[in-house]
Ligand binder design. Structure first.
Ligand SMILES: *Cc1c(COP(=O)(O)O)cnc(C)c1O
Length: 443
């Protein structure tokens, strides 16, 4: 579906910020539909489902530990550290000329084992869930068994009859490709034109079949979905509408809770937790927001971040049309160096939940992605990909507003978490180039 010029004009009148958005100017948007959790009504996911998802991760831990030795030390639980980044905070304050009260942490999903990005949560989870279902349906395993069996030749031979398909800008394909190939599935990844060449090469090296498209992410998904559907023994991981991806992401909340407890960080009505999440289709930030809300209720405030050239969830939520609109409807080109965020149309599953639970969305220009990448590298020695660096601007943007004082909150008591969504697999040479670009932009 596409919208008439008149409709777009009506929206621009109703939502003045939309004109800035279509002019590619950065904006900070507060969500007028945010509900207190107690009034959010029934959502399309529940706490019980999130708990079940966490149980699945534990069942598969022996398999993961056996198949990916880098996860063995953590007992096969794939999790990332939460690090305070004090130097980066100072440097952000100096660069952007604003004081950021409270503490700033980085959730280092850029270090997540095996997939090197947040997709190790959602992507791995959905494939493991499918594999478990097949194995149970075929009488090969029960939930009480030791899942290291999934690493056996018998299981690999069995899964080799089945195919998995996925459309991706890069990281989702990497995560699905790696885990599916390890289990023995035949896996096809439909890549958009903006997917980086090194991601395609790495996938091929892991045994995935890579299909390349001229178009963007939406087209790659469409093609992948169609081709996968034609095969009765194939399963399509649908990033535009997947509850499994969402639940896989949500379990991060249990782990963050544990990490904050270990750091003795209090989160309650007077001590807000503010989380900044890079947003593509909205699945990973949606799942994590949902999970954190289940644990911290209204004491957690979640903001998404999108590039000025790919504000898909922003236009979807602002107009209320969600997955029915794409950025191209507004003359926005969906071209950005934040390849994990280069998504034109929001996820329908995640958007209905995000609509009620997120505090807002801010957008930023590509050059800031590189500046932030360099600030973090110089400040705390952590190298992340441009998409991930976008979350670092959140505390700066929020501190320019009256967000805390308007809510009767003391900004000094806030804990900020910028969610660093990817980076570990970026080749050294590419990382150096991106870092240099950021350094130059900072001069
Ligand atoms: C996929 C991805 C995101 C966004 O996740 P969505 O589920 O698409 O919203 C953010 N950062 C990186 C690095 C990613 O790969």
């Amino acid at each position: 579906m596409s919208f008439s010029q008149q409709q777009i004009k009506n929206w621009q009148q109703k939502y003045p910020l939309l004109t800035k958005i279509t002019d590619f100017q950065p904006v900070f948007w507060l969500n007028p539909k945010l509900q207190p959790l107690s009034e959010a009504g029934t959502l399309r996911a529940s706490y019980e489902e999130m708990q079940e998802a966490e149980n699945l991760w534990h069942r598969f831990a022996p398999f993961l530990a056996a198949s990916f030795p880098e996860t063995a030390a953590a007992g096969g639980i794939i999790e990332s550290p939460l690090k305070e980044i004090g130097n980066t905070k100072k440097s952000l304050e100096n660069t952007y000329g604003v004081k950021v009260p409270g503490k700033l942490f980085l959730k280092c999903d850029n270090e997540l084992a095996v997939a090197g990005s947040i997709k190790a949560r959602g992507g791995f989870y959905e494939v493991l869930h499918y594999a478990e279902q097949l194995a149970i349906d075929n009488g090969m395993i029960t939930k009480q068994d030791n899942y290291s069996k999934f690493a056996s030749d018998e299981f690999r031979d069995f899964f080799s009859q089945y195919s998995i398909g996925v459309g991706s800008t890069g990281n989702l394909g990497l995560s699905i490709g790696i885990i599916s190939a390890k289990l023995g599935f035949s896996v096809s990844v439909y890549m958009s034109a903006d997917a980086k060449a090194w991601k395609k090469e790495l996938l091929r090296a892991k045994g995935a079949i890579v299909h390349e498209f001229e178009g963007d992410f939406g087209e790659a998904i469409l093609e992948g979905r169609q081709q996968t559907k034609e095969n009765p023994k194939a399963y399509f991981v649908d990033d535009e509408n997947s509850k499994h991806l969402f639940l896989g992401y949500s379990t991060a909340a249990f782990r963050v809770k544990k990490q904050l407890d270990e750091l003795n960080i209090q989160v309650d009505a007077d001590n807000p937790l503010v989380v900044y999440l890079p947003c593509g289709v909205g699945g990973s930030p949606g799942g994590i927001t949902f999970g954190l809300k289940q644990i911290y209720g209204d004491a957690v405030h979640c903001f998404y971040v999108e590039p000025t050239h790919s504000p898909s969830v922003l236009v979807g939520l602002m107009t209320g049309e969600k997955e029915k609109v794409c950025v191209q409807d507004f003359g926005i080109d969906n071209l950005t160096e934040g390849d994990g965020l280069a998504v034109g149309r929001p996820s329908s599953f995640a958007s209905s939940i995000s609509e009620k639970l997120i505090s807002g969305i801010y957008t930023l220009e590509d050059e800031d992605l590189f500046r932030l990448l360099a600030i973090l590298a110089d400040g705390d020695g952590i190298f992340v990909e441009p998409s991930a660096a976008s979350s670092l601007l959140g505390p700066v943007e929020l501190s320019k507003t009256q967000y805390f004082s308007e809510r009767g909150l003391d900004a000094e008591k806030a804990t900020h978490i910028s969610w660093s969504t990817g980076g570990a697999l970026v080749p050294e040479e590419q990382m150096q180039e991106m870092y240099q670009r950021g350094r130059n932009a900072l001069e």
